[in-house]
Ligand binder design. Sequence first.
Ligand code: AKB
Length: 306
Amino acid sequence: MILVLGAGGQVGSELVEKLRAKHGNEKVVASDIREVGNSEGPFEVLNALDKDKLHEIVEKYKIEEIYHLVALLSATAEKNPKFGWELNMDSLFYVLDLAKDKKIKKVFWPSSIAVFGPNTPRENTPQHTVTDPTTVYGISKLSGERWCEYYANNYGIDVRSIRYPGLIGYKSMPGGGTTDYAVDIYHKALESGSYECFLEEDTYLPMMYMEDAIRATVELMEAPSENIKIRSSYNLGGISFSPKKIAEEIKKQIPSFKISYTPDFRQSIAESWPKSINDSAAQNDWNWEMEYDLSKMTLDMIKNLK
Ligand code: AKB
């Protein structure tokens, strides 16, 4: 049995669908801090900081595998740093300890490109390099990575992780990230024909279409354990583009689309992150291969949002 924490979120809602299609609706327990509509299988309301309830659910359903997707993202955590740290770290320890105590067998926990910082090489960022995050979110993800590796090395737990780039999908909205503009822009292009972007036009960031991100997650979790050489978190490259580039691509489909730029506090977060990522370790260890580039993604986003 599989448990997904944060099943109502941007990744969670799509991952639950995918896992249920693969394993059967009854085999995947979805959970979130509030009820999510139309759950096709078992659902539990769970605050990821409620350790006792988490233990109860693991016992009740005889859970073997947890996907821990709960987090306060980069922009939101900056507004509430202490809570961002508490939520992102404490909930991770509860899950890692379940694996350490042999109550569950396998853990997926996402990290992020936010672990990198202003002194990281920004182009083709290597797997192992300077990590000096400036956001609470990035600090919590980097610390989480170190703890995942520590638990794997010292307690032999099977924990796997990906440093997600900004994720773009049509089924769900992101909540509180710096890369959120790249989802919102498609919605606004179709709703009103224009978009006011909170980043400057030439701010390049690594991004990925949700189809690819979900497939990467499933492929990583299905790979033989001996192939998983990195127990902190794998770089995942995706597509590198700026607001100007995505706007140009949207204009190919909606010629009257207009974009304007009013950068806010998220600009300095974006500037501290890489522009593009080297994911050769993921390619070598578990055969990772991206499918969607900017134009393929844009066509699919617009088709589905229409
Ligand atoms: C964010 O912008 O905070 C997230 C991320 C890159 O992890 N989308």
